[in-house]
Design a protein around this ligand. Sequence first.
Ligand SMILES: [Zn+2]
Length: 178
Amino acid sequence: MAVRKLVRLGNPALRTRCEPVPEDRIGSAEVQQVIADMIDTLRGSSGSGLAAPEIGVSWQIFVFESELRGDPRPVRTVVNPLLEPHAGELVYDWEGCLSIPDLVGLVPRHPSVRLWGRGRDGESLDLELSGFAGRVVQHEYDHLHGIIFLDRMRDLRSLSFMAEWESLVAGGERAAVG
Ligand SMILES: [Zn+2]
C-alpha cells in the first residue's frame, strides 16, 4: 500500500470521463492495489473523499468517509457508481478539492441522493446519503465524469483561500473536501 501523488488542476485526468471497471476485475490485484492506495492517500490527506482521477487513474472508483466519527474514520469504497438525486431544493455549502488545493467555495448540491455500485470486494451497494456524506459523494461522482466543483459554483464571489475562510468565515465549520 502507498500514498499516491495527487494530481492537480490542469492534469487532463481531471477532465476525462472514467471507464467502468469490468466486474470480473474488481477482485484483481491491480484494482485492489489502486483501492488500497486510494484509501491510504485519503487517510494521509485533509479530505473526506477521493476519486481515482485525483491520483491519475481513469477508472470509476471513489472512496469516502462514510461516518465523521471514529479514529480512523471508516472509509467506504464505491466502484462503478450510479447516483440519483432525491427531489428537493439544492443546498449551498462549503466545498474544496484535493486537486485544487487551498481553495473553498459555496457549491449547490442535492440534499440527498441514492447511490448504487459495487463495494471493495464486488458486493452490491445501495446507499441513501444526505448532509455532509451526500455532498462528498456528489463531489466524487462528478470527478468520475470530468467535472470539478468550480464547474458547479453559481457565483465565484464566494471562492476563498482556505486559511482566509477558516479565520474569517468558517466559525469552526468544516468544508467538504474531496
Ligand atoms: Zn475533488
